[in-house]
Ligand binder design. Structure first.
Ligand code: FMN
Length: 388
């Protein structure tokens, strides 16, 4: 655990603006599926969780991944939904509480595609496929070497685009501050991005640019519905839960092909998911993923990955311990250099909702360290209530 620094932390506490979204500082809480409730309805505990972190001066928060209004967007009955009267009323209440505490909140709209159970994937277990569930994916691959179904047809593609667009319009209507699309970690949008899952030979497959088309069409449809001023954030990652070494873009040129269509369609900011923020993305440059995405796209970016921690995300889910610890020095240096704009702090904020205040006041000794036991409190990570 190392949250300390001898440097000034001032760069973390500069205001930031994205269209009408004004933030008091650069500290963000990323999407974390930490809650569970029958029917996926966020209750008072969920509102308390986010409002508490707004009180702790987190400038911007993303909700846990929320299932969009599509029959197979997700199949865990305790994870949060973004459709139906009760879940949406619940989210409206969460937004009100966060705003009352001075915070800003963005829902992470999610479609899992062809992943049956995330926790199986995380444990490296043989993936389960249930044909009767009707899960969809670009080419029917559940793993890069295992085709289990047909790929999506045009009507299925159009239905998902429509479901994301309706989700974004709902986010705007409820009072959220922007919308984020979950285009990372090997879920549906990312299944299109990555050639390991996308083997299509039509306009949605082949080149990186073609593989970005599905996401670009979603973004364009959202932009059409929400108007020019509502920010659209796209979360992307190179790594997949199914393959940590996967790369959508193997070099900056491929990255340009990947991001160009998304920028043209109307993305305002990229949320760049990495397991360790200090790791360079391409050889020959210290820039991390968020650094390269900012350079290539010209848009603001969010970096993430083990800030204030000495174990990475997967290590805290029971896998091998990551070898390196990092103080805040490196992060501050990268931000002072202007590599990226915002930094997401995940597990450190699960452990200590006052992380921003304490870092600003240099009360490093008072920070509550993250321990894997905190993950054990998460209902979302517990086995399904509805069977295997
Ligand atoms: C309990 C838990 C749940 C997560 N759920 C999501 C999620 O729903 N959507 C998502 O994009 N990332 C999810 N993540 C990844 C985080 O957003 C973040 O990228 C990751 O924890 C790395 O940041 P950290 O090292 O500061 O914790 C989750 C992480 C954790 C620990």
């Amino acid at each position: 655990m190392d949250n300390t620094t001898h440097r000034s932390t001032e760069v973390l506490f500069r205001p930031f603006r994205l269209k009408g979204l004004e933030l008091p500082n650069r500290i963000v809480m990323p999407a974390m599926g930490f809650h569970g409730a029958d029917g996926g309805v966020p209750g008072d505990d969920v509102a308390d969780f986010y409002a508490r972190r707004a009180n702790g001066q987190v400038g911007l928060m993303f909700t846990e991944g929320v299932y969009i209004d599509h029959p197979v967007s997700g199949n865990n009955p305790i994870l949060m939904r973004f459709h139906g009267e009760n879940p949406l009323n619940g989210w409206a209440q969460v937004v009100r509480r966060v705003h009352a505490a001075g915070g800003r909140l963005i829902p992470e709209l999610w479609h899992v595609g062809l992943i049956y159970r995330t926790e199986d994937v995380l444990k490296g277990l043989e993936p389960v496929f249930r044909p009767e569930e009707g899960q969809i994916s670009p080419s029917g691959y559940i793993m890069p070497n295992r085709k289990v179904a047909d790929g999506m047809n045009q009507a299925q593609i159009d239905a998902v685009i429509d479901a994301f667009a309706r989700g974004a319009e709902m986010a705007q209507a409820i009072g959220f501050d922007a919308v984020e699309l979950h285009g990372a970690h090997g879920y549906l949008i990312d299944q299109f991005f990555w050639e390991g899952f996308n083997r299509r030979t039509d306009g949605y497959g082949g080149s990186v640019r073609n593989r970005a088309r599905f996401a670009a069409e979603i973004v364009a449809e959202i932009r059409h519905g929400v108007g020019p001023d509502f920010p659209i954030v796209m979360r992307i990652s190179q790594f997949k839960l199914q393959d940590y070494d996967a790369k959508v873009a193997r070099d900056p040129q491929e990255m340009e092909q990947w991001l160009g269509p998304l920028v043209d369609a109307g993305v305002d900011m990229f949320d760049c998911s990495q397991r360790r923020f200090w790791e360079p993305e391409f050889a020959g440059s210290p820039l991390n993923l968020a650094g390269w995405v900012k350079k290539v796209s010209g848009l603001p970016t969010i970096a993430v990955g083990s800030v204030g921690l000495d174990v990475d995300m997967l290590a805290s889910m029971g896998q091998a311990r990551a070898p390196e610890a990092r103080s805040l020095d490196g992060l501050i240096a990268m931000m002072e250099r202007g590599d990226f704009d915002l930094v997401a702090v995940g597990r450190s904020l699960l452990a200590d909702p006052d992380w921003p205040v304490k870092v600003q006041d240099r009360r490093f000794d008072a920070l509550i360290p993250f321990t894997p036991a905190i993950m054990a409190e998460s209902t979302a990570l517990k086995p399904y209530s509805g069977g295997d």
